[in-house]
Design a protein around this ligand. Sequence first.
Ligand SMILES: C[S@@+](CC[C@H](N)C(=O)[O-])C[C@H]1O[C@@H](n2cnc3c(N)ncnc32)[C@H](O)[C@@H]1O
Length: 206
Amino acid sequence: MTDSAHYVIRGGVEGRERLRILARVMHPSSMSLLDRVDVCPGLACLDFGCGGGDATLEIARRVAPQGKAVGVDIDAVKLEMARNEAREQGVGNVEFRVSDIRQGSAAPEFDVAYSRFLLTHLSDPAGAVRALYAHLRPGGRIALEDIDFSGHFTYPESPAFRRYHELYCATVSTPTSDRGCRCCSSSAASWTLAPASRSRSGPRAR
Ligand SMILES: C[S@@+](CC[C@H](N)C(=O)[O-])C[C@H]1O[C@@H](n2cnc3c(N)ncnc32)[C@H](O)[C@@H]1O
């Protein structure tokens, strides 16, 4: 059973359309990151917090024909839309699962665990990175893209934009939200983490 009360942005069909815009804007930097972590044919890849599966489908194309991509999210509506889009686009090596990164068990079945814009919505992002790590096979890699909200500014200064920033931070800090206002202390960034072996106690950034 998943609980989406902590996720303050609207999901479902409207959420899916918003993510389409996000995917277009992020496409160059996301593709660059996937190149850097060498997402190549034959790999098994996880996309946690996959939303409508835009990145998941891109990953599936890269790892085809033998590799696979698994997209995971708490939003069953977006996942059903993602399955339909995969069918329409003829992408067969992709699967979408409903799961909450804060719960559930992980099997070490992936070579790459990727996540875009999920950690910023969680009160325990480090716990989420540990959960991603638990999905990796020995030698697996983690690739993350997320938000540093303090990097948002306008020049010249815009009171309306500043107010939007304040309201967003206040909203994600409400008691129903799973997170504090890390967004205010923390622009988009990407990281790769490459655990060299499973004998290590946790992931290592590089
Ligand atoms: C900003 S969207 C990004 C979607 C996708 N990664 C992309 O870049 O298009 C964040 C996604 O994280 C999902 N999400 C939020 N909390 C989650 C959780 N605890 N476990 C799994 N997914 C979660 C939301 O349903 C949403 O689809």
